[in-house]
Design a protein around this ligand. Structure first.
Ligand code: PEP
Length: 262
């Protein structure tokens, strides 16, 4: 059973996109913003597949400090330009409280990544940003810790929070993380906040993105967020999990074939 007062969070200014119980929100885009052309191409692929929000990282919290760290403010400007061209509101990650203002000036929704779920200063800063927040689950966080992280944002007056299950660390090595699909109904029973699923970062491999997205629809998630790239082999970040445009369209089709959860 569901929490009696489940919320809808609206994202975007010119185009307002709902995330909540009365819709299924399809978010797609490149893992990282690499160039204006790559971002625009990925956004057009996302839009052609039916996505209504564009994702893309300008600040990339990588495991290795030697890996591509993102284009920073230049990446934010690219995202804002692509929003102008495509009309898709933008979701992008912020990794440092000092960058919240500049990210909020360019983006429609601020993402807190798995590595920063318990960065309480950052959570408080996005709580004061005036923008909706996509709060990913910490890869070693319990559901209760995750909901408490959301409270840090809410406590600063921002109730526009969407949770994102993106897989947790387990003993299993076949996938990068284990998608905890049970988190969706557990959260929906205990919290009013919408919850979406990130099959791309959970699995780390693209062959699992379709089945995990279908699982997300079947379990009643409020949306999915998926990586797409015009040329995954040359991607600067997480190429193995990125779908091509045609694959993203097949994914959308595969999700539509499932009956809506009542
Ligand atoms: C991302 O969505 O770009 C990302 C890095 O995800 P996560 O924080 O879940 O690893």
């Amino acid at each position: 059973q569901h929490h009696p007062d489940r919320s809808t969070v609206w994202v975007g200014e010119t185009t307002k996109v709902p995330v909540g119980p009365d819709s299924f929100t399809f978010i797609a885009g490149p893992c990282a913003v690499e160039s204006p052309a790559q971002t625009l191409e990925a956004a057009e692929m996302a839009k052609a597949a039916g996505a209504t929000l564009l994702r893309g990282g300008a600040y990339k919290p990588r495991t290795s400090p030697y890996a591509f760290q993102g284009l920073g403010v230049k990446g934010l400007e690219i995202l804002a330009g692509v929003r102008e061209t495509t009309g898709l509101p933008v979701v992008t990650e912020v990794v440092d409280a000092r960058d919240v203002q500049v990210v909020a000036e360019h983006a429609d929704m601020l993402q807190i990544g798995t590595r920063n779920m318990a960065n309480f200063g950052l959570l408080q800063a996005v709580g004061e940003s005036g923008k909706p927040v996509l709060l990913k689950r910490g890869m070693t966080a319990t559901i209760e810790e995750w909901l408490m992280a959301a409270e840090y944002i809410a406590q600063r007056g921002n109730l526009d929070i969407v949770l994102c299950e993106r897989g947790i660390r387990t003993f299993e090595q076949a996938t990068r993380n284990t998608l905890d699909i049970s988190a969706v109904p557990v959260v929906q029973a205990t919290s009013h906040l919408p919850i979406i699923v990130d099959p791309s970062h959970a699995a780390g491999r693209k062959d699992l993105v379709v089945p995990l997205s279908r699982a997300a629809v079947a379990v009643g998630a409020d949306g999915v967020i998926v990586d797409v790239h015009p040329d995954p082999e040359t991607a600067l970040c997480d190429g193995p999990q990125a779908l091509l445009g045609a694959e993203l369209r097949s994914l959308a089709q595969a999700m539509r074939q499932l009956p809506p959860v009542v």
